[in-house]
Design a protein around this ligand. Sequence first.
Ligand code: BES
Ligand code: MN
Ligand code: MN
Length: 474
Amino acid sequence: MMILRQPRYNATRRVKTLNTADIAAYIDANRDEFMAQLFEFLRIPSISTDPVYADDVRRCANWLVDHLEDIGMQTVELHDTEGHPVVYAEWLSEKEDAPTLLLYGHYDVQPPDPLDEWETAPFDPTIRDGKIYARGATDDKGQLFAHLKALDAWLSTVGELPINFKVLLEGEEEVGSAHLPAFIAENKEKLAADAVVISDSPMFAKGVPSIVYGLRGLAYLEMTVRGASHDLHSGLFGGAVPNPINELSKIVAALHDESGRVTIPGFYDNIVPLDDEERRAFAELPFDEEEFQRESGVPKLVGEEGYTTLERIWARPTLDCNGIWGGFTGEGAKTVLPARAHAKFSCRLVANQDPDDIAKKAQDWVAELASDAVEVEVRVFHGGPPVLTDRDNPTVRAACRALTRVWDEEAVFTRGGGSIPVVATFSEVLEVPTVLMGFGLDDDRLHSPNEKFNVENFYAGIRAAAFLLEEAAR
Ligand code: BES
Ligand code: MN
Ligand code: MN
């Protein structure tokens, strides 16, 4: 079902000549108002993975619908899917050859756990030391909202947009965007654009604006190792009966070799290697390895031999165990020989690796590594393909100019280690390039306790998003 509402757009709004000084002044004059609105948005616990929050996810979608109407978008729609709703809005120009941008963002957030590690409650946004603390502050509510405020600034001052602008906001990114590709395929014409713009990634460093041109993909699996039909006394049976936790640990340990490479046969087949120019460009970035280590809180960095830290996190495929459980984990001691053990593990993928193919190869490899004294099952969860985007097209150049106008620095080209599954769909189905211009920072703690977004990045992001429209119209 689709809810179509009449826009509250006021056609008599005064149309002035293009004047970005007015836009910047409007943004300055409305700082507090914009922050109050962002806080409202952040207060809605739109946790997509937990069915308990399904109503809140929907409430969040409706909040966006209202907001898009309030700022004067011509068309605003809420589309139900088999999962969480999609929000769509557009503003189409009367100018004939105006280019079209499609903004993508996600209004769903990760669960806030572990709750007791938050200094202030995750859904009670608070500003401390110039940072907005809340779940979703940077990933992705704060970043996507910067674009909505840029539209607001244009429509409230100039009275129109200099280009056609479409908005696509989903509530399932954090759970793999299962239903969005079908929505996009069914609405190809509606979503037609010259480029997709996304702000859901970090800047290279504070004050260094960035265009991310590569994202890793993801294959996510869970293995279950079954031994005895029920938990046994480890004194009566231990030594003679296979222990699923021991067996699972052997498998997990065998997934990497000494040089830090993943042992799954065929894992590295056909991957697009980093070219010399990219390696040189990465090496020239002012990357502070010690700071990176400090921020992650480890005594030493590790990884695949022969690659730098930036290459490892941006452009090399990896495998990580994400969770492991089984047996007795309560207080004190219990001498048990458990019947089952479990582990979740995932692979970050790079260009030319296919999530389904890698998942299949991982399943086969685990089966081969497993002892025949236990039963091993590997389930495959949602994943997403890796992407490499165009580094030179009119929208990339427009984004670079917009970023430079705000930060007074040339934008750098970086890659991102995370995944945004739908980006591949934009290029495959809509056949349009994506420009990733993020306003976050690497230490924003996305998915972690005390997620934050710099107050100044929020306002700078609004200006950059506003200038992008003007630059794209050139
Ligand atoms: N915004 C992130 C993706 C991201 C992180 C891009 C860092 C660039 C740098 C996104 O919301 C995210 O967390 N994606 C998930 C995807 C998964 C749930 C399919 C991820 O990367 O784990
Ligand atoms: Mn995100
Ligand atoms: Mn995320």
